[in-house]
Design a protein around this ligand. Structure first.
Ligand code: ADP
Ligand code: MG
Length: 261
């Protein structure tokens, strides 16, 4: 410590989640979820339907209050912060189902995405990164194809310069060739230096982009390890692995500890 505050801060995880509990009214969904994402790295969150992946992202972004545990962004505790404060702290949440304003034009969407009404340079930057939007600027977002809407939604990340981007089911409902394009955009985004938390249904695509993998099952972490470890085992075993309340959620089976021949 003490070798210059900036250096020390940059070494902290971009996102750190510890002992996270959250849920809806009487429905507890997450039971002690933990996750640590290094700056500039990509964490893939995998798991079956209903595992709690979307609930996790909603809790990270502050749309759902946590019931226990903590969320830190670059060492700053955000556990009680609202979504706006979290966005200001450097979090960009791309929700499931394309977070665009369908009744507004592409240009209007991009203006709304830009924090504090910043315009010109930012718009030029996003159009440089996502050239396909150029010819769509005057189009109403709701009339775009699913892939174009998803690219517009992801463009938010170029405008806000976040340190962490959470993305829920980016490829949902898209044709495979369009998914390829969207993943090219994610690859470009990761070069910008932001860390990403990617909830994804296509395991192989997620593994190709991710550095680390976390499998959730029934609101608990059943696998945590590197993408290389995850790629060397049958991850689906962890999709259905039972983890009871008596098990220590801080000690999941890792790729090293359990390898399936
Ligand atoms: N708005 C909600 N109100 C009550 N229960 C919900 C709500 N959204 C999701 N759930 C429940 O929370 C659990 C986890 O859902 P979700 O986080 O959407 O899973 P995943 O994204 O992994 O498919 C499921 O049992 C689901 O029925
Ligand atoms: Mg979901």
């Amino acid at each position: 410590m003490g070798r210059g505050g900036e250096t020390v801060r940059d070494q902290r995880p971009a996102l750190e989640i510890d002992g996270l509990h959250s849920g809806y009214v009487a429905n507890d969904v997450l039971h002690g979820v933990w996750l640590s994402v290094a700056p500039g790295s990509v964490a893939a969150i995998l798991g079956p339907n209903g595992a709690g992946k979307t609930t996790l992202l909603r809790t990270i972004s502050g749309f759902l209050p946590l019931r226990a545990g903590s969320v830190h962004l670059r060492g700053i505790k955000l556990s009680a912060a609202d979504p706006v404060a979290r966005a200001q702290a450097g979090l960009c949440a791309i929700p499931e189902g394309r977070g665009v304003f369908g009744g507004l034009t592409v240009r209007e969407n991009l203006r709304l995405f830009a924090p504090g009404g910043r315009r010109g340079g930012d718009l030029a930057r996003v159009l440089d990164r996502v050239p396909r939007l150029n010819r769509l600027l005057g189009r109403t977002a709701g009339t775009l194809s699913g892939g174009e809407q998803q690219m517009l939604a992801l463009s938010r990340a170029y405008l806000t310069n976040p340190s962490v981007i959470t993305i829920d089911e980016v490829s949902l409902g898209l044709a495979p060739i369009v998914v390829d394009e969207v993943f090219e955009m994610l690859t470009d985004l990761r070069r910008s230096g932001a860390a990403m938390v990617l909830v994804e249904q296509y395991v192989q695509r997620a593994l190709a982009l991710a550095d680390s993998v976390c499998v959730l099952n029934r609101g608990r972490v059943t696998f945590a390890g590197s993408a290389a470890q995850a790629g060397s085992i049958d991850l689906h075993d962890h999709y259905f692995r039972q983890v009871g309340p008596g098990d220590d959620p801080a000690a999941p089976v890792t790729g090293e500890a359990q390898s399936h021949a």
